[in-house]
Design a protein around this ligand. Sequence first.
Ligand code: FAD
Length: 430
Amino acid sequence: MNKNPMGQKRRVCVIGAGTAGLCALKNSLESGMDAVAYERGTEIGGTWIFSEDMPKNDYDEVHSSMYEGLRTNLPKEVMGYPDYAYDNDIEDSFITSHEVLNFLRSYAEHFKLGPHIKLQHEVIRVRPRLDDWEVYVWDHSTNTCDPVYYDFVYVCNGHYTEPDVPEVEGADLYEGKLMHSHLYRRADKFKDENVLIIGAGPSGMDITNHVRREAKHVYLSHHLATAPNTAFMGNVTQKPDVERLTKNGALFKDGSSECFDHVLFCTGYKYTFPCLSTDVGIQVIDNFVQPLWKHCININNPTMAFIGLPFNVIPTHIFDMQVRFTLAFFTGQRELPPREQMIAELEKEIGQRWDCGFYNRKKAHQMGERQFDYYNELARMAGIDNIKPVILKLMKDCGKKYIFELDTYRSNRYTIVDDENFLKNGKIAN
Ligand code: FAD
C-alpha cells in the first residue's frame, strides 16, 4: 500500500513546517512514504519564530503571533513529541519561545528531516484530480510556480495568524488605537497608556500580565463565569463585555464606562485555508471546518488530513497522534469506514456538543475535557499507542492555571519519573 500502481513510493505533501508539519513529515517518512514539507518562511518553526516585522501593506502577511518575553503556558514536559522529549538540561518547565524553536530545530536534525523540507516554497493551490492531488508550489527564491503531484496531503498551515475580530457597535466612532494580539510584540508600546484588553483566553491573560507592567491602567473585558484572581494586578480592572465603543472609550454591559487610548483584541483566530480549491470539499463556517472525520480526515477527499485543528489540548501530542492515526489509513493498515458512516459519526458528535448547550460552531473543535476520550478513540480505532498516562495527568495538573494562578504557576517545575508518575517541585504528584 506504500507503493502506487506504478510501483512508486506513495507521495506525501505536507503544507507547513511548524510543530505539526514536522511531525507529519517525520512519521510519513518513517512509514515508507516519499514525503516533502513545503514551508513558505525562511526557517522551520512557525508560531515559535519571533519577528518584529509588521505588514507593509493591506496584502502583506505576518506569519507568527509570537511576542517578546513569552513563556510557554504548558510545561516543556508535555510539549515534546512522544518519541523526542525536551532536554532535561533546561531547568525551567515553562520556557521561552527561543527554547521551543531550538527544540523543533533539534527534532528536525535528529530525524534528518532537512533534505525533505523546502523552505521559501509556498503552496498556493491544491486541487484533487481523479487519482491524486495537484499542488502548485511557488518558489520564492526563483519566483517560479510549478505543479507537483501527490497521493496524500497533510494540511499543517497553522491557525494562529488570521485574527478573529468581533464586530463591536460603535467601532466606527472610536478614535483611539486598535490592535489584535496577532500583531502585539512588546509591552513598552503601551507605556503610560490606558488600555482595554478584550478577551481572557491564554493570550488575553498573558498579555494583560505583560502590558500592565508598562501601562497606566488596564481594563480587562471578559465573560468568564469565574473572574480571575487579580490580587497581583494592581492596575487592572476587570470589566464585563463591551456594549459599544465610544469616541474615546467604551460603555460596558453593566452600564459602566471607561476612557482609554488603546484597544487590544485578544479574541482568537480564524481557521483559513487559502490554498485549498473549492473542489477539495472543505468549508469553514463560523470556524467549524467541515466535513472532517475525527477532526482530521477530509470526508469528501479522504487522502487529505488536517493536523492540529482541535484546541484546548496538548498540542504536540495531539498532532503526533492525529498523524499516526491518519497514517494507519493512508498506509492501508486500517480501512476507512464508508463515507455515510463518517458523516453519521460527525453529525452524532456535533449533535452531542450542541446538546450540551455550551457549544456553538466556533467551538466545534474545542476539546478541553473531551480530549481524553478523543485520544482513547483514536488509539483504539487505529491500533496506535495512546498518550502516556503521565502526560495526561500532568496536563490535568496545569489546566486553567493561566487564569487562576497566572502570577505563580510558571515557577512550578515538573519532572517525569516514569510513564505514570511525575514530580512537582521535587515531590511526587498525583
Ligand atoms: P504553526 O506553528 O503556525 O506552523 C504553520 C507553518 O505553516 C508556518 O511555518 C507557516 O509559515 C506555514 N505555512 C502556512 N501556509 C503555508 C503555505 N500555503 N505554504 C507553505 N507553508 C505554509 N502551544 C503549546 O503547546 N504551548 C504553549 O505555551 C503555546 N503558546 C502559544 C502562544 C502563542 C502566542 C500562540 C499563537 C500559540 C501558542 N501555542 C502554544 C500553540 C502553538 O501554536 C502550537 O502548539 C503549535 O506551535 C502550532 O503548530 P502548527 O504547526 O500547527 O502551526
